[in-house]
Design a protein around this ligand. Structure first.
Ligand code: G3H
Ligand code: PYR
Length: 212
């Protein structure tokens, strides 16, 4: 049985920003992910929101074996198993359920569940979870919420995601209870469409530099 908390702390320590990615095809995914990795971001959350998402994860795991390619938007245990089979090295869920926490308790991959209220954090603490996603971060009150939680939920680390961008990220990363942030700002739709890989690498480099 893995130590979910330590493996997640190690994952968040790799880079200050975890790109949250939604890809339609393996070809698109390899091109864009290569640009992100060239920019120093090698922890990649590929959301299970498109028909070929599992195929994309398998292609990325094969193309970039040293990168940490994970599956996001995991809503059911069947998706978790399928993502693991495809080669995902970690899982992310936009919330949590008792079913997922129970069935996923001894799942062999780091699994980042999300919370957006102190009560949800407390319930996840009861399941032994100490590293959580804070989603949707900006929409739920932003860095001020995590600042308020720091003295009362002292042993929990967060990865805020949702509405975070290059301008907002520093306020989160300055907090003692934030390990990294997640976001899609590093892969703007127009740059993806134009395959402007140089721009995506520049955005990744700037994101990587947010934590010296
Ligand atoms: O669903 C949204 C993604 O989780 C990341 O949020 P974002 O696009 O606001 O960065
Ligand atoms: C929001 C997020 O990270 C997810 O859909 O898993």
């Amino acid at each position: 049985m893995i130590d979910h908390n330590q493996s997640l702390r190690d994952l968040l320590a790799r880079a200050p920003v975890i790109p949250v990615l939604t890809f339609e095809t393996p070809e698109e995914a390899i091109a864009i992910s290569g640009a992100l990795i060239d920019g120093g971001l090698d922890v990649l959350e590929v959301t299970l929101r498109t028909p070929r998402a599992l195929e994309v994860i398998a292609a990325l795991a094969s193309e970039f074996p040293d990168a940490w390619v994970g599956a996001g938007t995991v809503l059911a245990i069947e998706q978790a198993r399928a993502a693991q089979e495809a080669g995902a090295r970690f899982l992310v869920s936009p919330g949590s359920t008792e079913t997922l926490l129970r069935e996923g308790a001894d799942f062999p991959l780091p699994w980042l569940h999300a919370a957006v209220t102190a009560s949800e954090v407390m319930r996840l603490r009861e399941h032994g979870r100490r590293v959580l996603k804070f989603f949707p971060a900006e929409q739920a009150g932003g860095a001020a919420v995590l600042k308020a939680w720091a003295p009362v939920l002292q042993d929990v680390m967060f990865c805020p995601t949702g509405g975070v961008d290059a301008a907002k990220a520093p306020a989160y990363l300055a907090l003692p209870n934030v390990g990294a942030v997640g976001g899609s700002w590093i892969v703007p739709a127009d740059a993806v469409k134009a395959r402007d890989l140089a721009r995506i690498t520049d955005l990744a480099r700037a994101a990587k530099a947010l934590r010296p």
